[in-house]
Design a protein around this ligand. Structure first.
Ligand code: HH2
Length: 298
């Protein structure tokens, strides 16, 4: 990560395989493309290659900066799928999306063999919700290929994580974990500019933990890496507004606004157009905070 402007902590350059991804005053929008039958909000909607490509094109047109393709649901209680099934669902979609859109592609997987095939098919980012703990070969693959990697915090596994999450201080514990996983990544030969951190909203967190992490999101940005916020349509938003998953767009906007105001570098979202507008307005307001106005007038 290279800091371009010391007064604006969001200014960073990420390396992701062949891409140099510049994050400036607006956060990047990562559009979610789940090619699963069972994802919690869009399962079964984009299962054919054609449907997936159409949706990727639409997200690009709506202002997405990255397309994150996932073939295995990680919702609480989801059943894991084997490598063959994940490859079967994912790789034709990565290949077709690579042809159809010009954006960097991220793959949401914890399996090194799946990530390797996806990188060969054109993916530039591995979104690893196990933070390199799920497969002993993943760190080496990322180091070797130079792709970017998202290291996410999760307490437990998707099968068990919501049974009894426990923390003393959730923000401090998640920060310590992310820092330790970044150190492990670097020890394995991954460059700091390849690393993105993510506190993992909804992954082994109670309502109070999710809200606390969002309220104190700026703490995660002090670790020195770009930070991703994945709040989109999640249950903790539904719990506040008491609405089902497809009626949470305005609730999402509230959560995304706070994440952006508190320095998120990347927002992972399903509703690209609405969340891009939300992030753009919040970023414009942030640029007029007293300290940045003083610096830009100096
Ligand atoms: N959330 C989900 C999946 N992958 N990756 C990162 N880095 N951060 C997240 O918060 C995150 C993630 C869950 O959302 P979704 O992909 O919509 O659902 P499902 O896991 O059911 O496919």
């Amino acid at each position: 990560m290279t800091l371009e402007h010391p007064s604006s902590p969001r200014h960073v350059i990420m390396t992701a395989g062949p891409h140099e991804i510049v994050i400036q005053s607006n956060p990047l929008v990562m559009g979610v493309l789940n090619v699963t039958p069972d994802s919690f909000s869009d399962g079964g909607t984009f299962v054919t290659v054609e449907q997936a490509v159409d949706h990727a094109r639409q997200m690009q047109a709506e202002g997405a900066d990255i397309i994150d393709i996932g073939a295995e649901s990680s919702r609480p209680g989801a059943h894991p799928i084997d490598e063959r099934e994940e490859l079967r669902r994912l790789i034709p979609v990565v290949e077709a999306v690579r042809e159809a859109v010009s954006l960097p592609i991220s793959v949401d997987t914890t399996k090194a063999a799946v990530a390797r095939s996806a990188i060969q098919a054109g993916a530039a980012i591995v979104n690893d919700i196990s933070a390199l703990q799920g497969d002993p070969l993943m760190a080496q693959l990322v180091a070797e290929t130079g792709v970017a990697v998202v290291l996410m915090h999760m307490q437990g596994t998707p099968q068990t994580m919501q049974q009894s999450p426990r923390y003393g201080n959730v923000v401090e514990e998640v920060m310590a974990f992310l820092q330790q996983r970044a150190q492990v990544a670097i020890a394995c030969g991954i460059r700091p500019s390849q690393i993105v951190l993510d506190p993992g909203f909804g992954f082994g967190k109670l309502q109070e933990h999710n809200l606390r992490m969002l309220a104190e999101f700026d703490a995660f940005t002090t670790l020195g890496y770009p930070v991703l916020a994945g709040v989109s349509r999640k249950q903790f938003i539904g719990n506040v507004i008491r609405r089902p998953v497809h009626e949470r767009e305005f609730g999402n906007a509230g959560a995304v606004a706070v994440a952006v105001l508190k320095g998120a570098h990347i927002i992972r979202v399903h509703d690209v157009r609405a969340m891009k507008d939300t992030a753009t307005v919040v970023s414009a307001i942030s640029r007029h905070a007293r300290s940045s106005v003083e610096v830009s007038n100096a």
